[in-house]
Design a protein around this ligand. Structure first.
Ligand code: SF4
Ligand code: MG
Length: 317
């Protein structure tokens, strides 16, 4: 993903009150095959919009999205439809994303029919295989989504994403709607998929705790930009951006040697329609200076020994 932007216009053109919402503002990253990038930030920071732009469920305003060298952002509708096989999404609310009038079998069969994959027997074998992977008994195939618990429904959502054997999955807060006890099971399932199937994931979450154990890299997003990005192990041990530190101080860290500055986030994310000048985090940052008001911080690589640890903050110039 290179220089991706998604800008919406809001308000009325006729009354001169039109404003541009920079939901995603110049975001770049790459994900290796079989690896997971976690994308973390509070609600309203543009994470879901970014995930949808990557899949072209939203049309990006500008920028490039490539899968194995093929530019997804310039595909025609027909080419895009074929590409859909390789790129799937798991939604936050498994219930809203499953058609209530379709049985589980119909839900899993539909993508195979749409993409005309395999013979009748092969389609049924694929359905049986993904049911086994997500830990659901074949006996439940004729049931409807409402007959399942939240965790089971998310397993069905994952099975549906898997049935086409995708190379890349965007998981948009896949466990946020689940009970804590069920969250771990679904996270373990996703970790298993990375390992066994070599699928790459963009894993969106609002809590750094959730992505800690399943991401290779983590990007922290604030008002449309990635403000810090590093290998997961580095980011949790040595967070640099004040926003990351604030998010981290909200979760318990098992490693007592990790540097952890206690900092409570004050207030809410400002409206993306009227973001603060300069550094958009300055209205909540304990280190904000006059420079932060005037100048938008550039992204610097502060990584040691050739590693990448990107930070967009004047403190790390
Ligand atoms: Fe805080 Fe300034 Fe850094 Fe922004 S640039 S995070 S306001 S210190
Ligand atoms: Mg979201």
């Amino acid at each position: 993903v290179n220089g991706l932007k998604k800008h919406f216009t809001a308000g009325s053109r006729f009354f001169g009150t039109q404003a541009v919402c920079k939901a995603v503002d110049d975001v770049s990253f790459s994900i290796e095959r079989g690896k997971t990038l976690g994308l973390v930030g509070e609600s309203g920071c543009g994470k879901s919009t970014l995930g949808r732009c990557v899949l072209r469920l939203h049309e990006p305003t500008s920028g490039e999205v490539k899968l194995e060298g093929v530019d997804i952002s310039s595909l025609s509708n027909r080419e895009l439809k074929a590409m859909r096989r390789d790129i799937q999404i798991i939604f936050q609310d498994p219930y809203a994303s499953l058609n209530p009038r379709m049985t589980i079998h119909e839900i899993l069969r539909e993508p195979l029919d749409t993409h005309k994959i395999g013979t009748e027997e092969e389609r049924e074998a694929k359905i049986a295989e993904v049911m086994a992977i997500v830990g659901l008994r074949p006996q439940v195939l004729n049931r409807y989504p409402h007959e399942f618990s939240g965790g089971q429904r998310q397993r069905i959502g994952i099975a549906r994403a898997l049935v086409l054997e995708p190379k890349f999955i965007v998981a948009d807060e896949p466990v946020s709607a689940l009970d804590v006890s069920v969250q771990a099971q679904v996270l373990n399932l996703i970790a298993e998929l990375q390992e066994k199937k070599g699928i790459s994931f963009l894993f969106i979450a609002h809590d750094l705790g959730v992505v800690q154990h399943i991401c290779d890299e983590v990007g922290v997003m604030y008002l449309g930009r990635i403000v810090e990005k590093a290998p997961a192990e580095v980011l949790y041990r040595n967070p640099k951006h004040p926003y990351t530190k604030a998010l981290l101080s909200a979760i318990p860290i098992p490693d007592p040697t990790a540097s952890k500055e206690s900092m409570k986030l004050q207030g809410d994310v400002p409206s993306p329609l009227a973001p603060p000048s300069g550094c958009t985090f300055r209205t909540r940052c304990p280190h904000a200076s006059s420079r932060c008001k005037e100048e938008r911080p550039a992204t610097h690589n502060t990584g040691e020994q050739g590693g990448e640890h990107l930070v967009a903050c004047h403190l790390f110039d």
